[in-house]
Design a binder for this molecule. Structure first.
Ligand code: SF4
Length: 359
């Protein structure tokens, strides 16, 4: 049996299995036994948890918390709002749309970890929102809508589909003339790197008119192991680039040192930091949210000038009208008709000429 399948079969999702790996606190056990929610992860990812520290950044992303019952700032029916699901009755459940040329195509609601901060938790984690993810319906809709050039295959985690299903899906998407790129959103590189098998590499790899891009989600340096590095290298070898979409999480990656270490370790592992997402307004995750300015402050204080620009993600908030960049401008102090006064990360200033648009 392939290792990734035995990892999924050994899924850690009961108190008994959990006790073999960590010493859960009474609060954690109460949350597990009280909340009506899917939870758990692979034995591989569970082994990264600190057995004795409930504040461990991996542990906090995996083990349910009673704080999920509180909701002051989250929006009810968040996914219906965020993914504009009431706007176009013709659009199948598996297709979410915010832009003219690209869509998110949800192919499963199963994951290799049920992240406690998931913004799609109504469908994936708590499963109160029942949607139908019909692959044939999705392909048919994409074929019909000729303005769609870029398909983001998402979930749940699409890499939990069998090789056969993934291969068929990629072939069908590549046969649509107007589709120019396929993207996958998968956390398996982080929580199930064993999924990047030779067979999967053959399905994803090789030169093709329609390239495949992958974005994963890594939120803390502890999540990156030698196995992650190997999985990323294997993907690159078969022509697939890997980016990261971190989520800004209170108490997990919202301090300068952790934030810098995360982004440096990503580039050292050949993963390009793509986005830093503000933790969205989904219900039950208030305890993960920081102030909005925090993300741009961390990029300014943790990355700018301290490490390569390749390590710097774009900070955004995802909304129902698309992603909004949240980068503060801390570097231009003054602009006159003649010049710009600029400041670097050390607080040093310089002056450069302002070139008028029309000369
Ligand atoms: S892997 Fe993605 S979809 Fe699945 S629970 Fe985590 S954040 Fe949500």
């Amino acid at each position: 049996m392939e290792e990734w399948i035995s990892q999924m079969q050994g899924f850690i999702n009961t108190p008994e299995k959990l006790r073999r790996i960590i010493n859960p606190t009474p609060e954690e056990l109460k949350a597990i036994n009280t909340l009506d929610t899917r939870w758990g992860t692979t034995p591989y990812f569970a082994a990264l948890m600190d057995p004795d520290d409930p504040c461990c950044p991996v542990r906090r992303q995996i083990i349910p918390s009673l704080k999920e019952l509180e909701n002051t700032y989250g929006i009810k029916n968040y996914l219906m709002f965020h993914e504009n699901r009431t706007v176009d009755p013709e659009r199948p459940d598996c297709i979410a749309r915010q832009y003219q040329d690209r869509v998110a195509f949800t192919v499963t609601d199963t994951c290799a970890s049920y992240c406690r901060h998931c913004f799609r938790r109504e469908v994936v984690v708590d499963q109160r929102l029942k949607l139908r993810f019909d692959l044939d319906q999705g392909i048919k809709w994409i074929k019909k809508n000729k303005e769609i050039k870029d398909v983001l295959v998402t979930g749940g985690d699409p890499f939990l589909l069998s090789d056969q299903l993934l291969g068929d899906l990629i072939t069908q998407l590549r046969q649509i003339d107007h589709v120019r790129m396929i993207r996958f959103g998968t956390r398996t590189i982080i929580n199930l790197p064993q999924r990047i098998t030779q067979d999967l590499m053959e399905i994803l790899g090789d030169f093709h008119r329609v390239p495949i891009w992958i974005n994963t989600q890594c939120n803390h340096p502890k999540e990156i192991t030698d196995k992650t590095a190997r999985a990323v290298f294997d993907l690159l070898r078969c022509g697939v680039n890997v980016g990261n979409q971190a989520v800004l999480l209170k108490g997990i990656n919202d301090d300068v040192d952790t934030f810098r270490e995360l982004h440096q370790k990503l580039v050292y592992t050949r993963i390009r930091p793509y986005y830093l997402f503000y933790c969205e307004a989904a219900p039950g995750i208030d305890h993960f949210r920081t102030g909005v300015e925090k993300g741009s402050q961390l990029i300014r204080d943790g990355l700018q000038g301290h490490t390569t620009g390749l390590a710097r993600p774009t900070y955004v908030i995802a909304t129902n009208i698309g992603k909004i960049p949240l980068m503060g401008n801390d570097y231009m102090i003054e602009k006159t008709e003649k010049e710009y006064r600029l400041r670097n990360y050390l607080g040093e200033e310089t002056i450069l000429p302002n070139i008028p648009d029309e000369q």
